[in-house]
Ligand binder design. Structure first.
Ligand code: FO1
Length: 347
C-alpha cells in the first residue's frame, strides 16, 4: 500500500485526541512511518505573549499529546507539572493571576521565545521542537504571523481570547471574534503544499469558530481546500446537539450558528458550493440530521463520535479516513464522481 497522505486541520484539546486517533488508525492500516503520512495544521489563534514568553496553546496541546506527555485531566500543559515559578510570578504580580504557567510548560515557552528572538520563524521553531519526541506526525502552524484571537464584547470592549476563556470562562457574551492582521497573513510554509498533495483532508472536531475558524481565515487556506483533489472530511464537534467540552456553543451563537451537527456543517459549507466539506461525520444521536446534511451537498456519515479512549479515537479516525481512503480495494468516495446522494450513512 502506498503511504496515504493525510492532512488534519486541528485546534487544541479535541483536536489532539482526534490527531492521536488518526496516527493510531494509520498505524492500524500498516503505515509505519506515520510522520511522512500525517501532517497537522494547527490553530495559532489561541497564542499570546505573557510574562515575556510566547505561548502557543494549541500547538503545545497537540505536541504534548503526540509525545504522550500531556496533562490528560486538564487537556492542556504537561502531565505532572509543578508551579513553583508560577507562584513567584504571582508574587511579583507578573503575568495573569488567573492563568497558570507550569514549570515544565515554561521550559517550552522559554525555548520557543529564545529561538524566535534568534530569528527562527514559528514554523522553524515547531520543526525544531518536534525533533525532541517521535511525534509520528509533522506539525505546521497555520501561519507564521501573529494573529491572536480577540473576542468582541458589547461597548467596543475587546479581550484576548485567553482572558475571555481562562479568566471569564466565556461568561461574557461575545458579539464576535476577530484575528487582527489575519488578512495580511499567509499560510505557513508547507501548509498549501500539504493540502494540495493530500489524499484526504480531515477537519478535526475542534471549535468551529476559534479553532478551525482562524485556520480557514488565513488567506490561501480556503483556496487550497477548494482546489485539492483530496476529499475534505469533517467531524462534528457537536454530539446530540451539545458541545463535548469547551465553549463552542457560546462561540457559535455569537456568530448566529445553532449548536447542531447540521448547522455547523452548513457553516463550513459544501465544497461544491464554495465551502469546505465533502463529507461530515455525525453522531448516532444526530442521525436525524443526515438528510439535512445530505441536502447541503455534504455526504453525511453516521458513526460514534465520543473519543472516550484511544480505541474510540482510532475508530473515529478510521471512519473519517475510510470516507476517502477505503481500507479495502473497492472504490472510495470521490467528490468528483460521487455526490451527497451517494450517502453511506453507516461508516
Ligand atoms: N486554560 C485554563 O482554563 N486555565 C489556565 O490557566 C490555562 C493555562 C494554560 C497555559 C498554557 C497553555 O498552553 C494552555 C493553557 N490553558 C489554560 C488552556 C488554553 O486556554 C487553551 O487555549 C484552551 O484550552 C483552548 O484550547
Amino acid at each position: 500500500m502506498s503511504t496515504p497522505r493525510v492532512v488534519v486541520l486541528a485546534g487544541g484539546v479535541g483536536g489532539s485526541k482526534f490527531v492521536l486517533g488518526v496516527r493510531a488508525a494509520l498505524r492500524a492500516r500498516g503505515v509505519t512511518d506515520t510522520a511522512s503520512a500525517l501532517t497537522v495544521v494547527v490553530n495559532t489563534g489561541d497564542d499570546l505573549w505573557l510574562s515575556g514568553v510566547r505561548l502557543q496553546p494549541d500547538v503545545d496541546s497537540v505536541t504534548y499529546a503526540l509525545a504522550g506527555v500531556n496533562d490528560t485531566e486538564r487537556g492542556w500543559g504537561r502531565q505532572g507539572d509543578t508551579e513553583r515559578v508560577n507562584h513567584e510570578l504571582q508574587e511579583w504580580g507578573a503575568g495573569w493571576p488567573w492563568f497558570t504557567l507550569g514549570d515544565l510548560d515554561l521550559g517550552t515557552h522559554l525555548a520557543r521565545t529564545g529561538w524566535l528572538r534568534e530569528g527562527l520563524t514559528p514554523t522553524e521553531v515547531l520543526e525544531r521542537m518536534s525533533r525532541r519526541w517521535a511525534l509520528g506526525a509533522r506539525l505546521l502552524p497555520m501561519t507564521d504571523a501573529e494573529v491572536d484571537t480577540v473576542v468582541l464584547l458589547d461597548g467596543d470592549r475587546r479581550l484576548h481570547f485567553q482572558e475571555w476563556w481562562t479568566r471569564h470562562r466565556a461568561a461574557l457574551a461575545p458579539i464576535g471574534f476577530d484575528n487582527p492582521g489575519i488578512e495580511a497573513a499567509v499560510p505557513a510554509p508547507g501548509v498549501v503544499e500539504a493540502i494540495a498533495a493530500a489524499d484526504v483532508v480531515l477537519v478535526a472536531p475542534s471549535n468551529p469558530v476559534v479553532s478551525i475558524g482562524p485556520i480557514l481565515a488565513v488567506p490561501g487556506v480556503r483556496e487550497a481546500l477548494a482546489t485539492t483533489p483530496a476529499p475534505v472530511v469533517g467531524v462534528s464537534p457537536i454530539i446530540g446537539g451539545r458541545v463535548v467540552r469547551g465553549m463552542a456553543d457560546v462561540c457559535l451563537s455569537a456568530i448566529g450558528v445553532e449548536t447542531s451537527a447540521a448547522a455547523v456543517a452548513a457553516h463550513y459549507g459544501a465544497r461544491r458550493d464554495g465551502g469546505v466539506l465533502d463529507a461530515w461525520l455525525i453522531a448516532e444521536e444526530d442521525e436525524a440530521a443526515a438528510t439535512e446534511v445530505g441536502g447541503l451537498g455534504i455526504r453525511p456519515l453516521v458513526t460514534p463520535l465520543w473519543m472516550t479512549d484511544a480505541a474510540r479515537s482510532s475508530a473515529l479516525a478510521e471512519a473519517a479516513l475510510a470516507a476517502a481512503l477505503p481500507a479495502s480495494r473497492e472504490g472510495g468516495f470521490s467528490p468528483a464522481t460521487d455526490g451527497p446522494d451517494d450517502v453511506t450513512t453507516r461508516a
